[in-house]
Design a protein around this ligand. Structure first.
Ligand code: ADP
Ligand code: MG
Length: 661
């Protein structure tokens, strides 16, 4: 059954849902509420002005119907309750009029205006409610879909979808923990009858999600252990030392240690499966280049994969310049490479004339054949998911694999979610870096901010300006990049060039602007969080973030890491009137590990992996921190199931999703 077959879901709704990443019935029924409203049955005296109330009563006066333009209508009537008489008004329920007969008992749910003694009802129940508490799911929405409609679509899907809902908990554990079946749990989460039932159902769904996740990690770990047929190779250490000595900077102690770990892995007959973890700006890229060089020296091809075209292009240009004097053939392959070029690259990858290739995930698609792929590197690993990890491992002649991540994860969590890998960590900072000055400013102080920006521009430095929205929206007073562009143009446009990138632009257009920013043809780059990942423009020394309270600390830290990439003093300005206590943490610390710990404490893992496009490292219902105990149990159980459990259909299905994703 497809989404479009659900009653009430027309073409327009389909488009809206798809915009939210909901494309299948499974996506829809697992579009979990992000919070609940607990409505307690109240009485008029104890309910404060503006609060929600559920109250029973008898209709005392015939509803009076008022019709407005555009088909809107409103009904008013009086209700007698145990705690007094109250006015009720409700919009757009004219169709209920004939049921609202004087003397009928009903339940009213709505917002109480104490002064006027009127409840503006969101719902009328003609049959009395049996429960004392009503729990309302609140969903993430998009313009054009109301919370009520979302709930309706989900319930329609649940009704019609009874048999097809997939479940990833083996029967043994289902019984062991006395879990309800999946359908029932979903039903409860979307229509909670009570707090207790809701909690039970959530535990069951979280467990399932974490079980599936840990099963994959455990599976990969076991496969890695088996796959000892890695490439054993000879590497010319002298050449590596020479390359390192010619670098324009001295490697830090941790960079050297990481390099050493990697080279040992490459030489060993075991397959490398290593995560290189390091804060933004700690210099992971050069370590990966050395790894590629070592791999090249031993006669194999390397592939470097980045999550965005901007980043892939940047790596490509860097590689080219670091290896300008070496006779190494380097290519770039992305979504916007022309068909003709692509065909040539495919041919040269297969015949071995290309030594190093950089690209987006286009690199690991089925039709790309390598002559002798010896090393695969993925940058910003957290943007890819476990499935891609698996896909990589199945590629070529068992290449060694190096993952890089700038998301510092507290060690315990890293050991679990990266349980299938070895880990190298870069903690030391490159020499000569000054600490980035971070300042929180209120919106009233915008003049100060503009002055600071002006000074920076006069020094011939560049600035990033970040805002959460692309366009102004009626539903929100958040700042949009489009609006900022106009304002910045008014302030600085006569002297400096200002431009804009955001996630909805075609990547060619984005790359063009990023390229101009890199060459200092643009001085102020306004952007949504698309610049969050990896971009390196050393002359940019100021980061200004509007509505900073909207972002998690880890995201802010990543954004801030775009500046401070040279020996110049850099500044990060966080503009916000709210939540300044949290933002002050940014003023105090520049250590990604500390910040991620704080973020963990404050928000759970939610922000760690960024919000969207994070592969399967984002969970729909589980939270790595809050649900850590469930995670550990799921790890143990899924391992036991993998090793000892029956090779039933479920196990095959789980393994299949790993292999064929
Ligand atoms: P990240 O770890 O965030 O990917 P990069 O690898 O992009 O960081 O490095 C940030 C910048 O620091 C780059 O311009 C890089 O050339 C430079 N860099 C890397 N290592 C050192 C070092 N040891 N000393 C000075 N600069 C370095
Ligand atoms: Mg990087």
């Amino acid at each position: 059954m497809a989404l479009k077959d659900i009653k009430g879901v027309g073409p327009r709704t389909l488009t809206l849902l798809s915009k939210m990443g909901i494309n299948t019935v499974d996506d829809l029924v697992t579009h979990y509420p992000f919070r609940y409203e607990f409505l307690v049955r109240g009485n008029l005296q104890e309910t404060n002005d503006g609060d929600h109330i559920i109250i029973d009563g008898k209709i005392e006066s015939s509803p009076i119907l008022v019709r407005f333009k555009a088909g809107l209508n409103k009904m008013n009537f009086r209700l007698v309750t145990n705690s007094g008489v109250v006015g009720v008004s409700i919009f757009n329920r004219a169709f209920l009029k004939s049921h609202l007969i004087v003397g009928t008992g009903i339940t009213v749910i709505g917002k109480y205006d104490k002064k006027k003694n009127v409840i503006t009802a969101s719902e009328l129940k003609l049959e009395p409610l049996s429960n004392k508490v009503k729990i309302e799911p609140v969903y993430h929405l998009t313009n054009g879909i109301t919370n009520k409609n979302m709930a309706l679509y989900i319930n329609m899907a649940l009704l019609s979808q009874a048999k097809e809902i997939s479940d990833s908990i083996p029967k043994y554990y289902q019984d062991k923990y006395n879990f309800s079946n999946k359908r029932l749990a979903l039903n409860i989460v979307h229509n909670p009858p009570s707090k207790e039932k809701l909690k039970e159902a959530m535990i069951r769904l979280k467990y399932e999600e974490l079980f599936e996740f840990m099963f994959k990690i455990n599976y990969l770990k076991e496969e890695n252990k088996k796959a000892n047929g890695g490439i054993k190779r000879e590497i010319d250490h002298e050449k590596i030392t020479e390359f390192i000595s010619k670098l324009p900077f001295e490697l830090t102690k941790d960079q050297l240690t990481a390099t050493d770990n990697i080279i040992k892995d490459l030489e060993s007959e075991n397959r490398m499966n290593r995560l290189l973890q390091g804060d933004v700006g700690s210099g992971k890229t050069i370590v990966s280049f050395i790894a590629m060089y070592a791999n090249y020296l031993s006669g194999y091809q390397s592939a470097l994969m980045a999550p965005t075209e901007i980043l892939a292009t940047q790596h490509y240009n860097n590689l080219k310049s670091f290896f300008a004097d070496y006779n190494i053939d380097i290519a770039l392959l992305t979504g916007s490479t022309s068909k003709k070029e692509k065909d040539l690259i495919y041919k040269e990858l297969e015949d071995g004339s290309i030594n190093m290739i950089v690209g987006t995930h286009a690199l690991i698609q089925e039709d790309v054949k390598y002559h002798n792929l010896g090393l695969v590197i993925t940058d910003e690993q957290h943007r890819f998911g476990v499935n891609q990890r698996a896909n990589l491992q199945n590629k070529g002649h068992k290449p060694d694999i190096l993952y890089m991540s700038a998301t510092p994860i507290p060690r315990t969590y890293a050991l679990t979610i990266y349980g299938d890998m070895d880990i190298s960590t870069i903690k030391t900072r490159p020499k000569g870096r000054k600490k980035i000055k971070t300042i929180v400013k209120g919106t009233k102080e915008i003049k100060d901010v503009l002055e600071l920006m002006y000074k920076e521009l006069q020094d011939n430095h560049q600035i990033y300006v970040i805002a959460p929205l692309i366009e102004d929206s009626d539903n929100s007073d958040l700042t949009s990049v489009n609006d900022l562009k106009e304002k910045m143009n008014l302030a600085f446009g006569s002297k400096y060039k200002i431009d804009l990138v955001h996630g909805k632009m075609a990547s060619a257009a984005k790359d063009l602007i990023m390229g101009e920013f890199l060459q200092n043809k643009i001085q102020i780059l306004i952007s949504t969080t698309v610049v969050e990942v990896g971009v390196d423009v050393p002359n940019a020394t100021m980061m200004v973030i509007f509505d900073a309270e909207r972002f998690g600390l880890s995201t802010l830290h990543q954004l801030r890491g775009r500046v401070g990439r040279s020996s110049l003093q850099s500044t990060c300005i966080l503009i916000s009137d709210n939540d300044t206590k949290r933002l002050k943490i940014m003023e105090q610390s520049d250590d990604g590990f500390v910040i991620s710990e704080e973020d963990f404490k404050l928000r759970g893992h939610g922000d760690l992996f960024g919000t969207k496009q994070s592969g399967d490292m984002t969970f729909k219902i589980a939270d790595l921190k809050a649900d850590y105990k469930i995670l550990l149990q799921a790890r143990e159980d899924s391992y036991e199931y993998l090793k000892n459990g029956e090779n039933d259909a479920l196990k095959l299905k789980l393994i299949n999703t790993i292999i064929h994703s």
